[in-house]
Design a protein around this ligand. Structure first.
Ligand SMILES: O=P(O)(O)OC[C@H]1O[C@H](OP(=O)(O)OP(=O)(O)O)[C@H](O)[C@@H]1O
Ligand SMILES: Nc1ncnc2[nH]cnc12
Length: 247
């Protein structure tokens, strides 16, 4: 889904949301540009607009599960769940949930971690979305997807407020696609043939450089590809795990 196609391009709400997110250099480690959404939460209008953008997208998609990633997915997920008539399922860090859990480990931009989910919270065949504040490497969202798919849920999409454009640039076969070609291929839905057996999974409304767009993200097992339309029309491609690049 692209901003231009869902009416978000030029939407004044996006700039206000972006402006409300504080960027803190070198937190929690040297070199990390920390995207602090707590300042967004202080701005009632920007906070509500953020939730509304997701609600508008998901209210008619037959979603019965909103899974929120601890901790910052808890700040957006429950409001979205209430508004679209879905249940909220917390995906928590280890040893926080008292019932029977399944767990998935993952790597982070700055470390490793693990998510757990109550097994009885989601039933086979349920349609789920995953909510978090931010996608960086995609490791967290990939772990969330694995948890939901292990109990038989269908993960319709993942949605984040912020998509980071960062990390390493590593040569890959995908570099042979010029960005415009990739973009147009995607728009014509041919890109899936060219990239193999991927399915659309992710939507996000912004990135750390304040260039708001919407990210469809393709998954192949644990590998993740993000195709993003960024203002003013630049397209980026990220393949996570061992490969991250921008066109
Ligand atoms: O795309 P990724 O590289 O996986 O990173 C994204 C994750 O990192 C942050 O959480 P963090 O793990 O720092 O935990 P916190 O919310 O508890 O601080 C963020 O809220 C996402 O959940
Ligand atoms: N740069 C960043 N800012 C905030 N949260 C993050 N999680 C991973 N990278 C992050």
């Amino acid at each position: 889904m692209f901003a231009a196609e869902n009416g978000l391009k030029g939407d004044p709400r996006l700039q206000a949301i972006s402006d409300a997110i504080r960027v803190v250099p070198h937190f929690p480690k040297q070199g990390i540009m920390f995207q602090d959404i707590t300042t967004l939460l202080l701005d009632h209008k920007a906070f509500k607009d953020t939730v509304d953008i997701f609600v508008d997208r998901y209210r008619d998609m037959g979603v019965s599960v909103v899974a929120g990633v601890e901790a910052r997915g808890f700040m957006f997920g429950p409001s979205i769940a209430l508004a679209i008539g879905a249940k909220f399922v917390p995906l928590r860090k280890p040893k926080k949930l008292p019932g029977e859990v399944i767990a998935e480990a993952y790597e982070l931009e700055y470390g490793t971690d693990c998510l757990e989910m109550h097994v009885e919270a989601v039933h086979p065949g349920e349609r789920a979305i995953v909510i978090d504040d931010l996608v960086a490497t995609g490791g967290t969202l990939s772990a969330a997807i694995r948890l939901l798919e292990r109990v038989g849920a269908e993960v319709v999409e993942c949605a984040c407020v912020i998509g980071l454009r960062e990390v390493q640039v590593i040569p890959s076969p995908f570099q042979c696609f010029p960005s415009s070609c990739l973009f147009h291929s995607f728009r014509k839905k041919k890109v899936c043939d060219e990239l193999g057996d991927f399915s659309v999974h992710f939507v996000t409304v912004g990135d750390k450089d304040k260039n708001f767009g919407v990210l469809p993200l393709f998954l192949e097992r644990q590998n993740v590809i993000v195709l993003t339309l960024c203002f003013p029309g630049k397209v980026g491609l990220i393949r996570c795990m061992d490969l991250i690049l921008f066109l």
